[in-house]
Ligand binder design. Sequence first.
Ligand code: URA
Length: 206
Amino acid sequence: PTPKAPTQVLTADAFGSLPVQLAACRKCPLWASATQVVPGRGAEDAPLMFLGEQPGDQEDLTGRPFVGPAGKLLKNALQTCGLPESAIYFTNAVKHFRYERVGKARIHKRPDHAHVQACRPWLQREVDTLKPRVVVCLGATATLSLLGSGFAFKEVRGQWLEAGNGLLAFVTVHPAWVLRQTTQSDRERAFNLLVQDLGKVQEEMG
Ligand code: URA
């Protein structure tokens, strides 16, 4: 289903002052309780963008997306289906960690629609700069952020969608959802679903 445009090669500082501007963002209140903003990471000429929900605890502490347990599971799934990380730019719909304190623990709390909306222009900047061929939406929040509220996640999971200006979107489950499954066999089933979906992306990218 692809309009195959050549990958644009961008200079090393294609994002320019974006990380500095992100760090100064006050468009929603999440910055106040986060350790730091978590910008995207990866090659700036990557043909593939992976879009998550928001940084988790370890991402908040390190300032890098997908370095915690969900990131490790995703890495494993990518290796299983032969998608090289060097072809991927990783980022999130919301760039500050939202959590609830329970004792000493910081428990992930899903961002509200308003947080996603406030962060949306940053994602647009990343898409406009990187010009990826494909954006893989991991979970419902990423799908909402990229495609708007007209899509029910469960109906579009595993599907290719047109995201405007020739950009292709693919929707799949979030790796944290795989980790949240309570039994080993459910976790295996969920992991296989993620791998099956990412296999379609691998085929598309050739
Ligand atoms: N989950 C996400 O959605 N993004 C991250 O960076 C880490 C975990």
